[in-house]
Ligand binder design. Structure first.
Ligand code: HEM
Length: 221
C-alpha cells in the first residue's frame, strides 16, 4: 500500500498458535511506515535504532574478512579461515549478531555463532548471549570503551554429547581499528588448557546499516 507521502506501508500479519489455550489462533498485525519491500528482516533493519544501543552503532552492518583469519591453540594444528560478521537491530535495546566461518581453502562452512549484544542502559556494561553450532551456549559480560568491547564468559553450557575438551572460559575483544576495520580476538580455556588465544581476524565492512535514533522501544523481558 502506498501512503500519501509516497512511502510504502507494510502490513505483516503473523498468525501464531497458543500452546496453552488449546490451539487458539490469534493474529498479530504490525504496521510499519517503511519504504521497503516485503522482506520482514530488511524492514526491521530500517527501524529506528534504540538510544540504548546508539554507542554500538559502529558495529552495525555486514562485514567480511578480506584476509584470512588465524586460528591457533596448543592442542590443534593452526588453521586459516574466512568469516562473515553481521550486526543488525530490530529497534530493541540490543543488537543481533552472527558469525559464519568458512574453511580458508575450500570455503566449507565451519564454525557458526548467533546471538545478541545487550548493553545495560546508562552504564558501559554489556552482555553477549550466544549459541554456537558446536553445541555451546555462552554468556559473556564486559564493557564498552569507545569502539572496543571486552568480554569474559560468565557462563558456558553445552550439549551433553559435545566433543572433548570442554570450553570452560572465554575472552574476546571486538574493536574498530582507525582504518575502519573490525577486529575480533578470541581466547579460551578448556578442560585441559589454560586461557590461550584461539582466533584473530579482521573484517572489512560490506554494507552499513542505516539507523535513526529517534524512538525508544523498551524490553518487556
Ligand atoms: C568463538 C567460539 C569458538 C570456540 C568456543 C571454539 C572452541 C574450540 C575448541 C574447544 C576446540 C578444540 C580444541 C582442542 O582440541 O583442544 C576447537 C578447535 C578448532 N576450532 Fe574452534 N572455537 C571457536 C571458534 C572457531 C572458529 C570461528 C573457527 C573458524 C574456523 C574455529 C575452528 C576450529 C578448528 C579448525 C579447530 C580444530 C579442530 C580439530 O582439529 O579437530 N573455531 N575450537
Amino acid at each position: 500500500m502506498l501512503r500519501k507521502n509516497g512511502t510504502e506501508k507494510m502490513h505483516v500479519d503473523m498468525k501464531t498458535r497458543s500452546m496453552t489455550s488449546g490451539c487458539l489462533e490469534r493474529s498479530v498485525s504490525w504496521w510499519f511506515n517503511l519504504d521497503v519491500g516485503n522482506n520482514i528482516n530488511s524492514s526491521l533493519n530500517s527501524l529506528p535504532l534504540h538510544p540504548d544501543v546508539a554507542h554500538l552503532e559502529w558495529l552495525l552492518g555486514h562485514w567480511e574478512s578480506k584476509t584470512l583469519g588465524q586460528g591457533t591453540y596448543p592442542t590443534i594444528k593452526s588453521f586459516h579461515y574466512h568469516e562473515q560478521a553481521n550486526f543488525t537491530h530490530c529497534g530493541q535495546p540490543l543488537l543481533d549478531y552472527a558469525f559464519y566461518a568458512f574453511h580458508g581453502d575450500t570455503g566449507r562452512p565451519l564454525h557458526r555463532e548467533v546471538g545478541f549484544l545487550r548493553p545495560r542502559a546508562g552504564t558501559d556494561q554489556i552482555a553477549l548471549i550466544g549459541a554456537q553450532n558446536t553445541g555451546l551456549s555462552i554468556v559473556e559480560e564486559g564493557e564498552v570503551r569507545g569502539k572496543e568491547i571486552t568480554l569474559t564468559s560468565h557462563s558456558v553450557s553445552r550439549i551433553t554429547f559435545g566433543k572433548e575438551p570442554r570450553v570452560v572460559k572465554t575472552k574476546r575483544i571486538l574493536s574498530l581499528d582507525q582504518d575502519g576495520k573490525l577486529r575480533q580476538c578470541f581466547s579460551m580455556a578448556t578442560s585441559n588448557q589454560e586461557m590461550r588465544p584461539h582466533l584473530e581476524i579482521t573484517y572489512c565492512r560490506l554494507s552499513q546499516m542505516l539507523s535513526r535514533v529517534t524512538e525508544k522501544w523498551d524490553m518487556v523481558l
